[in-house]
Design a protein around this ligand. Structure first.
Ligand SMILES: [Zn+2]
Length: 76
């Protein structure tokens, strides 16, 4: 079986469930719940490093790539 390409969050470990979107569309779910839901093992998955929205924001702040208008000016 070809590994299923799947985005996972490097921050919290959640995975992006695009197989069975909820009413509000695809969503990030706990990796364990996802594997149990679809009966997948880690060998079935090709994990692609990504970040869910909350973690993406934290990572952006860490890399100082947040938009200038969202930053508080630092006086030097
Ligand atoms: Zn995350």
């Amino acid at each position: 079986m070809t590994p299923l390409a799947m985005r996972f969050c490097v921050g919290c470990g959640q995975v992006f469930d695009k197989l069975q979107p909820s009413d509000s569309g695809p969503r990030w779910v706990a990796a364990e719940a996802y594997r149990e839901k679809y009966g997948l093992s880690l060998n079935d998955l090709h994990l692609i490093a990504d970040a869910c929205p909350p973690c993406a924001r934290v990572l952006a702040i860490g890399r100082r790539v947040v938009l200038p208008e969202t930053c508080i000016p630092v006086l030097t």
